[in-house]
Ligand binder design. Structure first.
Ligand code: GUN
Ligand code: FE
Length: 454
């Protein structure tokens, strides 16, 4: 049903929805879609930034009414009618879709900000010793809680997460995501060489463990997914990568890995795989290239590699803050977008220094400027929400504030009276000014550890 009320895009409105005037005094003047009660969890009112489904734009609705069904899906989103009596749900805040972190490492939560880069020495001196600690159940659980708390505190509702190589810690992570009400795409981090023995796991054993976790958790409550995660070529044998590709194909799972982050990494990879023409070819040659592959970093891809990423509809996780912290370089974001590649933003904690996808968006702005491109706040906030959902293959249900989509929200305090441009700037660049007030998955506010609703 094309909307002619206020010039907003038609997709914001449920087609065929019956709209009318409510007899309930509390809802007088409001559109009616099912039985709604003022202040109930199924109706929100406030200032909304709604991503377009395909264009990298956001529509600002200054006073919107968002209506949800019992399963936490939007039934209608649009301007509140005149004289609508529903109270503003979060006064002074702006409502966006939940942020999507397209690349983050759970077992690096406690080494965030450890300045021992660049990449390869940092992995050896900081990351691998820390990840070894996840053999211990109590440690894995404590950090899983901290990790989920950090996601909720920053308004992130979905994350593509590298676990450690330990099946038990990965099971703990999944259980914690489940209990905290978050969405996650995760699996054991597969590595059978190129690191200390205490973080390696033999290929078949690791894949079997991941398959067992898949049996147990995949599609749990529609929020959790198992993923296949060969860490990067340096830490994976050919047999492990082939087995990973096979498991991903069999169950249609998301595959995550790193590529072309650092020049020494690229040199080492070429030495290990002399028969592959370039870094991307290593993954292609072992069956890993497909639209279900998400490549993190892509800082130093060649023209030909970029073209193959586009041709094969491979997704990219852009991790600009991490790239700054490890001195890796700047990914040419505009170029990737111009090639039509699906791009999400990744915090890449713990090489990234923040769980805030708004800070990551700000870093992406800086990183693009460094390579002579401008990618502004509107596009970046789109990438941090809708773009991430698409990159992770969840664009059907997530990333839009529109009928039929799941009501995953981040609600951010922001100064009043700003026009759209100033609002986008404030959300992206003024981090001190506006904390996340609430984080919701399917219309449910996620609790912080203290049990408080933010
Ligand atoms: N490449 C392989 N492993 C990692 C990791 O944990 N972090 C980053 N930034 N790059 C990697
Ligand atoms: Fe990473």
């Amino acid at each position: 049903m094309p909307n002619d009320d206020a010039g907003y895009p038609g997709f914001l409105f449920r087609s065929g929805a019956v709209r009318g005037t409510c007899d309930d005094p509390g809802l007088r003047g409001c559109a009616i879609l099912g039985s709604l009660k003022p202040g109930s969890a199924t109706t929100f009112r406030g200032r909304v930034l709604a991503p377009d489904a395909t264009e990298r734009t956001l529509t600002l609705i200054d006073d919107a009414l968002l209506q949800l069904d019992d399963s936490g899906r939007f039934t209608s989103v649009g301007p509140a009618p005149p004289e609508c009596a529903v109270e503003e749900t979060w006064p002074g805040a702006v409502i966006l879709p939940g942020f999507v972190d397209a690349h983050v490492h759970y077992p690096q939560t406690r080494v965030l900000g450890s300045a021992s880069g660049p990449l390869l020495p940092w992995l050896q001196s900081t990351v691998f010793p820390e990840e070894a600690r996840f053999a211990e159940a109590d440690y894995a659980l404590a950090v899983a809680e901290e990790f989920c708390e950090a996601l909720i505190a920053q308004g992130t509702t979905l994350a593509a997460i590298y676990s450690s190589s330990h099946p038990s810690a990965t099971d703990t992570l999944l259980a914690t995501l489940d209990r905290r009400g978050l969405r996650g795409v995760t699996g054991v981090t597969l590595m059978d060489r190129g690191a200390p023995q205490n973080v390696l796991r033999e290929a078949q054993e690791a894949l079997t463990a991941n398959a067992e976790l898949h049996e147990r958790w995949h599609e749990r409550d529609g929020r959790l997914q198992l993923s296949v995660i060969p860490r990067f070529a340096i830490s994976c044998s050919a047999a492990l990568m082939r087995g990973a590709a096979e498991q991903a194909r069999e169950h249609a799972l998301l595959v995550q890995t790193h590529i072309s982050e650092n020049l020494d990494e690229i040199t080492a990879t070429a030495a290990l795989f002399p028969d592959s023409g370039d870094y991307l070819a290593v993954y292609e040659d072992h069956g890993l290239a497909s639209p279900r592959l998400v490549l993190a970093h892509c800082v130093h891809l060649t023209d030909d590699e970029w073209q193959r990423v586009a041709n094969n509809d491979i997704a990219v996780a852009h991790c600009p803050d991490s790239n700054f912290f490890l001195g890796s370089g700047s990914m040419p974001l505009r170029r990737a977008l111009d090639l039509g590649i699906r791009v999400g933003l990744g915090s890449d904690v713990g090489a990234g220094r923040t769980f805030s996808m708004r800070r990551v968006a700000a870093a992406a702005y800086d990183a693009s400027l460094v390579v002579g491109e401008i990618v502004g706040p509107e596009e970046l906030l789109w990438l941090a929400t809708r773009g991430g959902a698409q990159a992770l293959g969840q664009g059907e249900a997530l990333g839009c504030l529109a009928p039929g989509f799941d009501a995953d929200l981040s609600v951010v305090d922001v100064a009043g009276g700003l026009d759209k441009s100033a609002l986008l700037d404030a959300l992206t660049f003024r981090h001190d000014a506006g904390p996340v007030r609430a984080t919701l998955v399917r219309g449910q506010v996620l609790k912080t550890l203290a049990g408080n609703v933010r």
